[in-house]
Ligand binder design. Structure first.
Ligand SMILES: NC(=O)c1ccc[n+]([C@@H]2O[C@H](COP(=O)([O-])OP(=O)(O)OC[C@H]3O[C@@H](n4cnc5c(N)ncnc54)[C@H](OP(=O)(O)O)[C@@H]3O)[C@@H](O)[C@H]2O)c1
Length: 212
């Protein structure tokens, strides 16, 4: 679900590793989705079409609109499925830097899990730029991809997908239940500062744990 840079980058990689994709938008005739689909031998349609098609769903919609987009996808089409939530609740309405539209004692991922209790929501990949999500080798050395979610089997499925993208063993840090998405989303102000300092969005952090 999502026709922006993230939706297109992930969808292209997911096709590339051998899956079928239907890209969802508000409008079935969305031009970006139609163009992407024809270039990649894939499908496109409404959010509901894509959610009905997918065995797993990626939420790559604007964070402030994700609940609306998932509502359009339809609870019954999300039920029982892994929903990989890569969105960030960034509100640009007051200019730069954006503010978080939800934070501290709640998160977008928790809002999604509460709104769609039968979906298996996994927060992942929101802490890095789109190109790096699907090509971890763009940054040298070991670096970390965080995941959070209440369903361990769903997190394992997401990890299998990430491995197929090229994420090496040991690079995933499972932060626990979906509540941990708060920190993953509240990391965005730090990420934006690092982007400014580094002069490129192609960066990531690495978590190294002391041997006890
Ligand atoms: N840019 C990055 O590298 C990066 C990295 C990590 C996470 N993220 C997060 O990934 C998500 C996608 O980012 P993006 O830059 O690819 O795209 P985006 O411009 O943030 O979002 C585009 C998608 O949001 C949908 N949308 C916008 N307003 C909507 C509304 N009122 N109701 C329903 N759907 C609506 C659009 O639908 P239509 O297709 O119908 O127009 C489109 O599919 C965001 O949450 C972003 O914060 C981005």
């Amino acid at each position: 679900l999502g026709t922006g840079g993230v939706g297109q980058t992930l969808a292209t990689k997911i096709v590339g590793v051998g899956h079928e994709v239907c890209m969802g938008a508000r409008d079935a005739s969305n031009e970006k989705a139609a163009e992407w689909a024809s270039a990649n031998g894939a499908g496109h349609g409404t959010f509901a079409d894509a959610a009905g098609f997918g065995e797993a769903i990626v939420n790559a919609t604007a964070g402030t609109a994700s609940l609306e987009a998932l509502e359009a996808a339809g609870a019954e089409r999300l039920a029982g499925k892994v929903v990989i939530d890569v969105a960030n609740p960034l509100d640009f309405s007051g200019g730069m830097p954006p503010r978080l539209s939800v934070c501290n004692d709640d998160s977008l991922a928790e809002q999604i899990q509460r709104a769609f209790p039968d979906a298996r929501v996994v927060k992942a990949l929101n802490t890095m730029t789109a190109s790096l999500m699907v090509d971890p080798g763009l940054v040298p050395g070991e670096h970390t991809v965080f995941v959070a979610g209440d369903d361990d089997a769903a997190k394992q499925e997401v990890w299998e997908l990430l491995k197929s993208f090229g994420w090496p063993d040991g690079s995933m840090l499972d932060l626990g239940g979906i509540q941990a998405a708060r920190g993953m989303e509240m990391y965005l102000p730090l990420w934006l500062s690092m982007f400014g300092a580094a002069g490129t969005p192609v960066l990531n952090v690495a978590v190294h744990v002391a041997e006890s």
